[in-house]
Design a protein around this ligand. Sequence first.
Ligand code: SF4
Length: 294
Amino acid sequence: MENKGSKFNMCWDITSKCNEDCKFCYRNKLKKDLSVAENRRILKSLYDSNIINKITICGGEPLMYQGLFELLESVNKPDDVSLSIVTNGIKLAKYDSHTKKFIIDKDLMNRIIKHFKWICFSIDSSNQDIENLVGRNNLHVERIRAILDYLKENNSDVCIKINSLVSEQNYFEIPKLYEFISKYKFIKRWKLFRYLGDNNSKEINDYYEIKDLKFEEVKNFAKSIENENIKISINDIDTYNGTYIMLKQDGTVEISNDGELKEVLDLKADDIRQINNIKEFNKEKHKKTHGVKF
Ligand code: SF4
């Protein structure tokens, strides 16, 4: 199949398993995870396709996928593809109640650093009470701080990104979160995602959905930041439409289309290069939205 020259980024929800239970979580638990052997075929076909720049492994919690590193080690990655991982950090830092300190899993951290160019941590507020409202565990802020402090002392050359979900429950704390983030000079990217109201529960959507004016406040704040160390990007409602290539844990590819996720390919049988012909996928918008060089 002809490669027309465009290269894309994609997100791979490799598992729906998670060791956290955020109320707003969007993961689809109905689709089953594939085996390492099945995912190996998919990963190889992605690498061979010559149209993928960057693969962000997410989930669920990707470190809960049994055989993640076996999978990555089983296929030679081309130099021009970079890998990124999004994690909640729980497996990276265990809390020791005796010393009241976090113990970093150095072996796991080193494996991650070996395979992934970017490590992305999810944190929505530097205020633990707000994180509790969002539904994250009681130690989330301190855990992420402990991991960042560890990296600062030991691996300050890794590329770190932060993902934050902006909802009605945390938008007013975003400036404080920026203060927290900006202390770590090796954090190179911060992505703010608007809560889209895509949970099945109306109650949860009502609780988290953020009004336009409030999200504008967040955007204006982000635009006012002058910091050449960190690239900040914002995902508002229209940013999602047609721009993300989302590979789900069962091998299907979904594209966001007018607020709905539409299944457009199944990589167990289809070739990712067919994405070039999918009308719901907006290549130009994808390049503008995800065209950050890695
Ligand atoms: S950490 Fe992510 S995947 Fe896990 S429950 Fe929270 S939002 Fe969902």
